[in-house]
Design a protein around this ligand. Structure first.
Ligand code: AHR
Length: 328
């Protein structure tokens, strides 16, 4: 896990600015914008960094090109937020050969040799999915609802956030007879795609009880589609409302929707990864070995107190009922 030039151990004192090349997925969601902000606020000139930022526009080819540009420019560190897990071996080998440490953030890479990257910082997406799905199960049990029909608007197929959250729901539907998975459709983590997909799901099924959205922006699109179809979103499934469950917990809109009962539950995905990446770089600069994997802390936000806490694999996760104070 050392940088490939350990002899350069006096780098901190001999060099004033560390150059960090950051290849971001894109700007597909509010979460992504907050994540970009966290990096930009961390890697400032005042903190001793120069940040080279590249927006991949959700295309892996753009991100590979960005990493190659960073290698050519001889940056000190490459930070990569990969759009999907597969397909990184070659370019990460090129970075390794050039002696540039790569820190993966947010989603993971699926590579044959884990030594191709130095460290990873991000979320436990499968746990997020398990928490949201178990909240649904416990909510249905608490209300005495014996069956709910669920549709899943998935994220970008092949992204760790999609894989983990989809898996969490699939496992819960297999384990609990009160949860029926009607359909799984990709929504690309965006509002417009999710809205379009939800419009056609509403035409296809007239008995949808719960929409599991793999991020907040998808939830926004789903809410628009449901309301445009003359139906109501909300937690009162027995009264015919369609329940929306989501991921992220972006401050601006999503938390207000929880307050208003347009979204019933959000499993948080924490975008504030900049300081954690900086901690990894500082450890490397000090000649120490950072942890290979660092998980960010995440909460569960809900509209009401029906489910006091969620149990996943015998671990209790408290829920936070959203009030205006929580948002402020
Ligand atoms: O990988 C994290 C996910 O990507 C967030 O949940 C989503 O909003 C973003 O687009």
């Amino acid at each position: 896990l050392q940088k490939s030039e350990p002899a350069d151990s006096d780098k901190v004192s001999s060099k004033e600015t560390l150059v960090v090349g950051f290849s971001q997925v894109g700007a597909e969601s509010d979460w992504r914008s907050e994540n970009t902000e966290s990096m930009k606020q961390t890697f400032t000139a005042d903190n001793g960094y120069e940040l080279l930022f590249e927006d991949g526009q959700q295309k892996q080819a753009n991100q590979i090109m960005a990493v190659r540009t960073f290698i050519q420019r001889g940056v000190d560190y490459i930070v990569l937020a990969p759009v999907v897990e597969a397909g990184w071996d070659t370019v990460l080998q090129e970075a390794k050969d050039a002696g540039i440490p790569v820190i993966i953030v947010d989603r993971m890479v699926d590579v044959a040799d884990e030594e191709l990257y130095t460290a990873w910082v991000g979320s436990d997406f499968q746990l997020e999915g398990a928490k949201a799905s178990e909240w649904i199960n416990q909510y249905l049990q608490a209300k005495g609802i014996h069956n709910a029909n669920i549709v899943n608007i998935q994220g970008t197929i092949g992204a760790t956030a999609q894989i983990g959250r989809t898996q969490g729901l699939q496992e819960a539907c297999r384990a609990n007879s009160n949860m029926t998975l009607l359909a799984e459709v990709p929504g690309d983590f965006t509002l417009p795609k999710a809205k379009e997909v939800m419009e056609s799901l509403l035409k296809q099924y007239d008995d949808i009880n719960i929409v599991y959205c793999e991020n907040d922006n998808e939830a926004f699109g789903v809410i628009e589609a449901v309301e445009a179809a003359g139906k109501r979103v909300g937690s009162d499934i027995e009264a015919g409302e369609i329940m929306v469950v989501s991921f992220d917990g972006v401050k601006k809109d999503a938390m207000h929707y929880v307050l208003e009962d347009k979204i019933s539950c959000i499993a948080e995905c924490n975008p504030m990864q900049g300081p954690r990446v900086q901690a990894v770089i500082e450890q490397l600069e000090a000649g120490k070995e950072p942890p290979k994997f660092s998980y960010v802390d995440e909460e569960i936000y809900v509209h009401d107190e029906t489910v006091p806490s969620v149990f996943v694999e015998n671990i209790e996760y408290p829920v936070t009922v959203v009030t205006q104070d929580v948002i402020d």
